[in-house]
Structures are given as C-alpha cells and as structure tokens.
Design a protein around this ligand. Sequence first.
Ligand code: SF4
Length: 449
Amino acid sequence: MPSVFIKTYGCQMNERDSEAVAAQLVAKGYSLAPSEAVADVVLLNTCSVRDMAEQKAIGKMQNIAADVRRHRPDVVLGFMGCMAQSRGQRLIDQLPDVDLVVGTQKFHRTADYLDEIFSGRREKIVETGAEQGSEGAIKEHILNGARQHAAPVTGFVSIMQGCNQYCTFCIVPYTRGEERSRTMADIVAECRELVRGGVKEITLLGQIVTSYGKRDIPARDGKSAFVQLLEAVHEIEGLERIRFTSPHPKGYGADLVEAYALLPKLCPSAHVPAQTGSDRILKAMHRGYTRARYLEIVRQLRRVQPAIGLTTDIIVGFPGETEEDFAETLSLVDEAQFDNAYLFKYSPRRDTPAATMPDQVPDALKEQRHARVLEEVNAIGLRRYAEQVGRKAEILVEGPSKKNPARLMGRTRCNKIVLFDGGPRHLGQLMVVNITRAGSFTLYGDPAG
Ligand code: SF4
C-alpha cells in the first residue's frame, strides 16, 4: 500500500481534520511517511484565514511538484481544507501537477478519491460540494503511538463545523459552510473511546463551539446545548480535564460562566476572542457584543475562577480603524490583563464584506499598531507568568518539549506550558510541580515537590 504525508496549515480544527484523514488512510492500509520526500501521496491541508497562509501552501506545493515530478512522476499531489474549498478547480488550473482537491465537507472521502486515482478510473478529482452529515464523519483518531513516542494523553474532538456569525473580515462561513452540529451521543461515545485509549484531557473543537446544537437541542434548565454537552462529557469516568476552542463571546451566558464553577474537570482557561476594543469597529466587524459586555464576561469568569488563564485574538488595522479606535484596543488589553493574545494585522479576504470597505489602513500603520499592542501583551504576559514562580501547579505531561526533546512538556490547568527535566515515568502523568522560573510565555518546573 502507498504511504501518505499530510502537511497541515492553520488552526486546531485543521490539525484534527488531518489526523482523522490520516487515521482513515491508515485503516485502509496506508502507512504514514515521515516527509514529502518519500511519500506516495502528499496532501496539504490548507488555511484561508490570511492571504499569507494561502500563498505559503501554494508555494510549498510548487516546490514539491517541481521536485517530485522530476524523479517520481506517480506521486499523487493534493490540496484539502479551506483553500481547497474556496478555490476548487482554480487550484488545478494554476498548478496542473495537482491531482486532487478535497473540500471541507469531503475529508472522509479522501481514501475513495485516492483509490480512484491509483486505479486510473479518474485522473484529476475536485470535490467541494456540501454533504449532509459530514460533520459526524471526523471521528477517527491515531492512538497507540502511531505518530508519537507514547500514546497521546490529550485528544481533540470535533463537535460542530461551520459558522453562521458572518464576521465581516472572516472567510470561515464561506469555506466551512453553515453551522452543523454532531449529536451529543456521538460526541460522548467518541470521548469515551479516547479515554479508554488513555486520553486524560479532551478539547472540544469547532469554528464557534458555543453555538453547538443551537438549532437542534433546546435549552434545558436555562442551560444551552453547549453547556449540556460539557456536562455530558464531564460524566465520563477516567477523563480528568476538558477544554474547548474556539468559543464566541456571545456564548458566555450565565450558564457557561457557572459551568466553570460547577464542573471541576472544566479547566480554568478560556480563549475569548475580543478582536478589537472599539465599539465602532466591533459593529463594523459584526461581532455582536460591545466592549463593555466583553469586559463584563472577563470579570464574571474571574469571579468564578480567579486564577483562570485568559487569552484572546486581536486584529489591528481593520478598515476605518482610527487612532482612537486603536487606543480602545490597547486599553481593553490593559483592562482584561490577558495571559496571552494572538495578534493579527487585518488581511483582506476575497468575497468578505470588509475587503471592499472604504478607509483600508495602510500596511505601515498596521505594522506600527501591531508592534505597539504586542509590546503591551508581552509586558502583561511577562508579569502574569512571573507571578506563577514559587507556586505549585498541576500539569499533565504531554511528551518531550518540541524545542528541546531532552525536556518534558506539560500544561497547567490554566493552559500554561511548563518545561521540566523528567523521565519516561512522568509521561502521560498528572503531577504537581514547583514553578521555579518563568520565560516568555513558558514556565519551568521542578517535579521534586
Ligand atoms: S465567529 Fe469566528 S469563525 Fe465565525 S465568522 Fe466570526 S471570526 Fe469567523
């Protein structure tokens, strides 16, 4: 059977989709190649959120095609994911060496498409249509160390796909389609299976997880479908930690805030994307909340979980953003005191309303504002991380550190990375460490305590 190499760009949802496609192919007898240089099938799972991500994937495919076609003309080259969905046939028109384009609702059919290409039944395949029920088709995992040094202790479970929010800067509703949620029973069964395989921490994934089941599952005792799902997953014996991403601030009703107090397995960490601190820009972005409401959510979360780890996304240079608007963003960052923030310079995406809005901000100004907010985020992060030194923290040890494999890496319940010198006996363990030092968005620990 052929070997496959999948390179993933973009978000955790893409990582999860790639893992599921890899697992489906392994189940069919494919092996996983360590690099594109030796693979029989090379798939790039692409991201469309910023133009740079698209250009990177196109450039990568050009390089692979130039190399592979010279020495190994039979290698199958394919695109999957958001850019595959939005560009479709145009990708093959631009890069004729590409054989396969798999849209975001067709991941689970990748093995069939490869069969058709290898058997010669079809030469080129572009499949980007909508498919009912596809949200339930991403459930395979690679467990038992097929890719890792040890069986993974953290697992990602896709609970819904798509987004109906239509933020004016975002391409996701066009590449991932309408919100579609899996059934609760199906999700809980997948989580149980992961826990049986040794997983201790599960992250529930979706483009807008807090909208989970909004149309299909009625609220019960004032609890949204998403909170009901958290409660159902919380029941799973052997599961130690629950996280979720990405939520929308609109989803932080009283029920979700309360869940942080009532569900001990729900980790006290939240990624709440603010995007901007200016009400005028929030409106232009079609975010559906105000600055005051956002800060109220932050206060409510800190009231129920004072040590909660809070992170956010910020976009600078949205069309029409004035110095006053930007000052509001800086002051929101200051008031919210985030542990970390992902900062983006606004990048116009085709077919989104913001791309044609007047008063686009010049790149040099975006650059300046990015640097200023980055400085603020770093200063706050440095202080918040330094506050951890001398404390004890429970970590779940995930494996060797990516940068220095001689060290082990674990995550606190508040989602901070801790590096420490440990041995094989620590792998996969929940353990308490003394925090001895803080670096840039990293903590260092001593397991002796
Ligand atoms: S809620 Fe998130 S995924 Fe949905 S349109 Fe807005 S930014 Fe995009």
